[in-house]
Design a protein around this ligand. Structure first.
Ligand SMILES: CC(C)(COP(=O)(O)OP(=O)(O)OC[C@H]1O[C@@H](n2cnc3c(N)ncnc32)[C@H](O)[C@@H]1OP(=O)(O)O)[C@@H](O)C(=O)NCCC(=O)NCCS
Length: 168
């Protein structure tokens, strides 16, 4: 398995992967399948040229099997946010998400982040445990904070991890 930052030419493969992830686990993500499906090609192309946002992709047998996005929070200096973490069901349980997070954290650190934040939607004890084990602590619980297009409200758990740059 290889992990790298997506470039403009990858946009169609990243979009297709994200659409599959959204279809499989619609409540795990803030985005909705239909909205992402309707996004203009240009929005995807522009996305990969930003300096403040990167999408990491996991590749196995020449297929994109996992992804995770990291971007800097605009109003809060030093805060990077992880989002859109997902691995195709057939490839789960092999450390791919762990490796994606590691690369995202590394990129955030090198680019000046002192803290990483992420949001877990709905009732996802297993996902929270996954992040706990990797050093993230719950900082907020927002009851019914996110409204899906079908009218259902989901709780949002905010998790954070402080970063320290190791100097050698
Ligand atoms: C959560 C997810 C990214 C983990 O991917 P992965 O490559 O299997 O993760 P790893 O192999 O690195 O680690 C496996 C861990 O994921 C945990 N996990 C969390 N949610 C899981 C899920 N829905 N299905 C399977 N495993 C899950 C396992 O318990 C395991 O924990 P452990 O290593 O502490 O025992 C993947 O299950 C997924 O894409 N889920 C749906 C989307 C999602 O929930 N994204 C997170 C949004 S906050």
């Amino acid at each position: 398995m290889n992990i790298r930052i997506a470039v403009t030419d990858d946009w169609k493969d990243v979009r297709d992967l994200y659409l599959i992830l959204l279809k499989n686990d619609p409540d795990a993500f803030a985005d909705e399948y239909d909205t992402v499906f309707a996004l203009m090609d240009q929005s995807w192309i522009e996305k990969f040229s930003k300096d403040t946002e990167k999408t990491f992709i996991a590749i196995e047998d020449n297929n994109f099997v996992g992804m995770g996005e990291v971007h800097f929070q605009e109003e809060e200096e030093g805060v990077a946010v992880l989002s859109k973490l997902g691995v195709l069901p057939d490839y789960r349980g092999k450390g791919t998400a762990q490796e994606l997070i590691f690369k995202q954290e590394e990129w955030a650190k090198v680019n000046g982040a002192t803290k990483i934040r992420l949001y877990v939607m709905g009732d996802r004890a297993r996902t929270i445990e996954f992040y706990n084990k990797r050093g993230y602590k719950q900082t907020e619980f927002l009851k019914n904070d996110f409204k899906k297009s079908n009218g259902v409200y989901l709780d949002v758990i905010v998790m954070e991890k402080s970063l320290t740059l190791k100097l050698i």
